[in-house]
Ligand binder design. Structure first.
Ligand code: SAM
Length: 320
């Protein structure tokens, strides 16, 4: 007879998320090593017994360790949960699930076929923080892709780079060197600070005026998964139309396993499926699959992964 562990695992996931959220909010990870009493004093927790309970749960989750007296960060927490670490994921802990109110409303969203207006508004309000949280990683991916393009003879670093949904500007920074120019498009309240050699345009990336067939590189990084099937395909086609004959379209995403099958590891499939459902909870999208790109006729010349789990399709116009 099977036991209830799989059900409890899911129920308890809710509490585990909020325990981590509270630990980040309290500043637990940057105040270690410490005893429970020291940690309570440093984080403003009223009763050391409470911070001890929180620490025990975080230890059970592999985020803290103890020698019986003092708490310290596990290797993962030291690298990813200390806010000053270059690899800090603190912003993602706060914002990766999207607007929090989307989750209790998920059944209603699925019934209606779209999220309620307040969730869409909340998501738009969240974008500046979300793109700031991912800027360092996306900058590293963009630099890696720029190197790949040169090595493969697909781009010489000149001409025009157009980034649709440019967010923090991390991709433009990674691609536009001294010899190229850039155009970044995003919602007006999300556009990044001005930078040299880059024109920033506020508006819907499906509507704004852009020069046709003029871009050496077009970037669609982490945008298609949040769009409806119709808008995603229209955006993909617009991106291809912006390319010169030799241009390259970069599609970066956390590709959803098409049939929910186990990919490299089960954990990866769960991660990608959860992200796709996160899209569904607060956007018209349900994630992007690689077969969808193929079905649109994408002429993918290579798939690169310059940073682990960051897949990027390098797409050429193909025969027209
Ligand atoms: C997940 S972020 C990705 C940002 C950036 N491409 C990156 O990879 O770091 C999605 C971006 O798309 C932008 N966006 C969403 N809807 C948009 C629209 N209709 N027109 C232009 N930008 C949009 C958001 O403001 C946000 O900056």
């Amino acid at each position: 007879m099977s036991g209830p562990a799989p059900v409890w695992d899911v129920i308890n996931g809710y509490a585990a998320y909020w325990a981590l959220h509270a630990a980040v909010e309290l500043g637990v990870f940057e105040n270690l090593p410490a005893t429970s009493a020291e940690l309570a004093a440093a984080t403003g927790v009223h009763d050391p017994a409470d911070v001890e309970l929180l620490a025990q749960l975080l230890a059970a989750k592999g985020l803290l360790e103890t020698d019986g007296e003092r708490w310290s960060n596990s290797a993962a927490a030291e690298r990813f949960l200390v806010p000053t670490s270059p690899a800090s994921m603190v912003g993602l802990v706060r914002h990766s699930p999207g607007p929090k109110q989307a989750w209790p409303a998920l059944a209603a969203t699925l019934r209606a076929g779209h999220p309620a207006e307040p969730i869409t508004d909340a998501l738009n309000a969240l974008y500046p923080a979300l793109v700031a949280a991912t800027a360092a990683t996306q900058g590293a991916v963009a630099r890696g892709v720029a190197a790949e393009l040169r090595t493969r003879g697909l781009w010489d670093g000149t001409g025009l780079v157009v980034d649709l949904g440019c967010g923090s500007g991390a991709w433009l920074d990674g691609l536009v060197g001294d010899e190229a120019t850039g155009i970044g498009v995003d919602l007006p309240h999300v556009l990044p600070a001005p930078r040299d050699r880059v024109t920033l345009i506020g508006g819907d990336y499906l509507d704004v005026d852009l020069p046709d067939r003029a871009a050496s590189v077009v970037v669609l990084a982490h945008v298609l998964r949040a769009e409806s099937a119709e808008r995603a395909e229209a955006l993909y086609r617009r991106a291809v139309d912006l390319l010169t004959d030799d241009g390259v379209l970069l599609v970066a995403d956390y590709f959803r396993p098409p049939n929910g099958e186990k990919t490299e590891t089960y954990a990866d499939a769960v991660h990608d499926l959860t992200l796709a459902l996160t899209m569904r909870a607060s956007t018209p999208g349900r994630g992007l699959t690689e077969p969808t790109l193929a079905a649109w006729g994408a002429h993918t010349v290579a798939v690169v992964e310059p940073v682990p789990r960051q897949r990027v399709h390098l797409i050429k116009r193909g025969p027209s």
